[in-house]
Design a protein around this ligand. Structure first.
Ligand SMILES: *[C@@H]1O[C@H](CO)[C@@H](O)[C@H](O)[C@H]1NC(C)=O
Ligand SMILES: *[C@@H]1O[C@H](CO)[C@@H](O)[C@H](O)[C@H]1NC(C)=O
Length: 408
């Protein structure tokens, strides 16, 4: 969450702090289907049925799904782009996966009371069929899914994700430190539906062009925690100029070479009232898991070793594939993509053993924790060697990030 520090140094308008919890979740499984299509039975209580979680907090058995990025080799073959640990997610390196944030609402919004997600709640953000920038810029939704192009270990500097520094489409230049997906989920709910057939109409983004400090529309007045996720793609192996002759070489798994189709699914699965307890108590400005006394932190080893078997018997990573898994031909747009009729694919054309190991662990080009004496000067890095019995964390006054309206 490197942008809080950056905000301290820019022009300040609204004097508000954004308290949040932030947790790494490593990769559970890579599959061809969205959970809504196949693998998720709505009657399953994730919190009760899951035996483990790949997330830092043991209480979080939610499912977070995103489209998967592939590199398209000039010879036409595809290789799944590995994910790597984000900044400040240690101690330990997560095996793939993402970083998950739950933000508290901040003034000047009228409504600072959050209602945590209910059991059975699901939502989808983004549209896998999108292939161009077709949401009016004044709508908050226009910035719900973006990309940051990392240069080396530099996390980037200007403001919250989705600002001027980030792109809506895949970056148009090689990113020497990888690419980060930034995905804001809707934070306003109609208060009624847990999961309508389109997985989207029960929720909305706030009005006003910013995800922070703005009001919910009257149609969706109930304020949810702001769920935000980041996925860091290790594109470093694919920066050779010979791979970029025909433009940027990445595609999403649904046949999207633009990046506009970036999307994510959320299935709420926190145990009991644990998310609410955490949101009530863990209101610091660093988001460091060990500083949240309401929840149970587990080690990176335990996270990385929580696995489920693939449901579709096909190889999807660690080898070059002749086509994207499933019926997902490349559709470059700008028209909306269409679903391939009568898809009967069960396996891909490549005959190879299924991955049985956990995803390999990539060492990112930045530290993930603070290994020096005392506290990290930025206040945002977890200690590499955390205390055995973490004390209740008091927010450090000097760290209150102040939010300005983003320059949208
Ligand atoms: C494309 O290149 C990769 C990397 O060298 C190779 O593994 C793959 O088999 C090639 N695909 C084809 C169709 O030649
Ligand atoms: C404020 O939020 C509550 C629940 O979080 C909701 O019931 C209420 O309608 C909201 N009020 C406004 C003015 O949006």
């Amino acid at each position: 969450m490197m942008w809080t520090t950056a905000l301290l140094s820019i022009a300040l308008v609204a004097p508000v702090a954004r308290a949040f919890i932030r947790l790494p979740c490593s990769q559970l499984v890579t599959e061809r289907f969205d959970p809504f299509d196949l693998t998720m039975d709505p009657n399953i209580d994730l919190a009760e049925e899951s035996t483990c979680t790949t997330c830092r907090f043991k209480e979080d058995k939610s499912n977070y799904w995103t489209a998967v990025m592939y590199f398209k080799h000039p010879n036409g073959s595809y290789f799944r782009v590995p994910q790597m640990a984000n900044h400040n997610t240690g101690p330990g390196y997560q095996a793939g996966g993402m970083t998950v944030y739950y933000f508290q609402p901040v003034p000047p919004t009228q409504n600072l009371t959050i209602v945590p997600f209910a059991k059975g709640f699901r939502m989808l953000v983004g549209n896998p069929m999108r292939r161009k920038n077709d949401i009016p810029a004044h709508q908050t939704a226009a910035r719900a899914t973006t990309f940051r192009c990392f240069q080396g270990g530099d996390p980037g500097s200007i403001g919250a994700p989705g600002g001027v520094e980030d792109s809506f489409e895949f970056p148009d230049r090689p990113c020497t430190g990888g690419i980060r997906s930034n995905i804001y989920f809707p934070q306003c709910w109609n208060g009624v539906d847990l999961d309508p057939p389109d997985h989207q109409s029960h929720v909305a983004h706030p009005i006003g062009g910013s995800f922070f400090g703005t009001d919910c529309p009257p149609s969706h007045p109930v304020r949810l925690p702001l769920l935000f996720i980041e996925i860091v793609w290790d594109t470093r192996a694919f920066n050779d100029p010979s791979f970029w002759m025909d433009g940027q070489p990445f595609v999403f798994s649904m046949g999207d070479p633009t990046g506009f189709g970036q999307h994510a699914d959320y299935v709420f699965g926190w145990e009991g009232d644990s998310l609410k307890r955490a949101m009530d108590v863990c209101t610091s400005y660093d988001g460091i898991p060990a500083n949240c006394p309401a929840l149970t932190v587990q080690s990176m080893d335990r996270m990385n070793n929580c696995r489920v078997p693939n449901k579709v018997p096909e190889p999807v990573e660690d080898i070059y594939l002749r086509e994207l898994p499933g019926c997902n031909p490349i559709q470059a747009g700008p028209a909306h993509a269409t679903v391939v009729p009568s898809c009967d694919k069960v396996s891909t054309t490549v005959d190879a053993p299924l991955p049985t190991q956990p995803p390999s662990i990539v060492t990112p080009p930045w530290p993930v924790c603070w290994d020096g004496p005392g506290e990290d000067p930025s206040g945002l890095a977890p200690k590499c060697d955390p205390p055995k019995n973490p004390k209740r964390h008091l927010p450090r006054r000097g760290l209150e990030a102040r939010v300005t309206e983003l320059p949208f």
